[in-house]
Design a protein around this ligand. Structure first.
Ligand SMILES: [Zn+2]
Length: 340
């Protein structure tokens, strides 16, 4: 089916009480892994691309791969989302290309590094909302600052330095009109999230519960939500890798978030780990190998297995058939009438 509004998918998720994984892509194998997992589990899909992914694929490769996905998997609703847009222009160019959803991350200034003021964040987010909603495109904003750095984007702050303030979240949502809000609750981008198994002192799930209480109609987004399973770390290290011990976000915490308004769950690192482990294993076992297909196939399969597992854990499995795609022009009308 044609690429679908992310808002439509999140509306469906909210109605049925599930979460939807948003998986990052940079190449054909990753897109194929997500689509195969979605088909296997009968899930709606959110595919997201960072600015780094867009420059890696020169935009057009990404766009046409996504068109191929829509054509080859007509039964799967797919939203194409810009991850961490740093400026109005980045969001606009994504929408011009056909993205059905954008994130404007005004928690940082346009350099993608410097923590921004609340007023700057509100101003740039409002501008993106006006431009995107006019075209029926979904907008995710961010308040507070996530920890770590993703694809060169991030302040590199400690994850607990700027958590989302629930009062400010109400003001932010009211003044910007966003569809979804990324919250900072102690998670970080990258593999090294926590130096021990996270408890409530480092992962503030109560904050999500509090924000959801005050903003029951705003879809919350958990970033940096890879679980960094020890099993995946072990495969990499067993075949010559040198990852330091690290902990991610436990699935049961994500599921708790989903019970309290989290509708989009960003996962990237786990897929990177799964693919890297499969490639390392292949070369350790076949040092004579040199055909890229021979190692990309198991890598793609490892990512598919991981994505399918997450789709089941987040509850989106079984729901692909719930959607009759709504054209973006109709979404635009609904936004303009204030129905959304
Ligand atoms: Zn993020």
């Amino acid at each position: 089916m044609p690429l679908t509004s992310m808002r439509q998918i999140l509306d469906g998720a909210a109605k049925e009480g599930y979460g939807v994984g948003a998986f990052n892509v940079n190449n054909m194998e990753q897109i194929q892994a997500i689509m195969e997992a979605a088909r296997q589990t009968n899930s709606p899909a959110i595919v997201q691309a960072s600015r780094g992914a867009r420059s890696y694929t020169n935009d057009l490769f990404l766009y046409h791969l996504m068109m191929a996905a829509a054509e080859l998997y007509p039964e799967i609703p797919i939203a194409l989302h810009q991850d961490h847009g740093n400026s109005f222009q980045t969001c606009k160019s994504a929408i011009d290309m056909g993205f059905t959803s954008v994130m404007i991350d005004g928690s940082l200034e346009e350099d993608g590094k410097t923590p921004a003021s609340l007023e700057y964040n509100i101003r740039v987010t409002r501008e993106v909302v006006a431009m995107a909603h006019e075209r029926g495109v979904t907008v995710e904003g961010e308040l507070g600052c996530l920890g770590g750095i993703e694809d060169g984007h991030g302040a590199g702050l400690d994850a607990r330095a700027r958590l989302t303030d629930p009062d400010q979240a109400v003001e932010f949502v009211e003044r910007t009109g966003i569809d979804a809000l990324a919250v900072a609750i102690g998670t970080s981008h990258g593999a090294y999230k926590f130096s021990r198994k996270p408890d409530s002192a480092i992962l503030d799930m109560d904050r999500i519960i509090e924000i959801h209480k005050r903003l029951p109609k705003t879809y919350l987004v958990m970033h940096g939500s890879s679980s960094v399973p020890k099993k995946l770390q072990d495969i990499i290290n067993a075949y010559g890798g040198k990852l330091k011990p690290t902990w991610g976000v436990p699935i049961k915490e994500i599921q708790l978030g989903i019970q309290h308004g989290v509708r989009k769950v960003n996962v990237d690192t786990d897929n990177r780990l799964a693919m890297t482990g499969a490639i390392r294993k292949y070369f350790a076992e076949h040092p004579e190998g040199f055909d890229p297909r021979s190692y990309l196939k198991p890598a793609r399969e490892a990512m598919k297995t991981l994505v399918a597992e997450r789709m089941r854990y987040f509850g989106q499995a079984g729901h692909a058939g719930d959607y009759e795609p709504i054209p973006l022009s109709v979404m635009a009308e609904r936004y303009s009438k204030g129905e959304l």
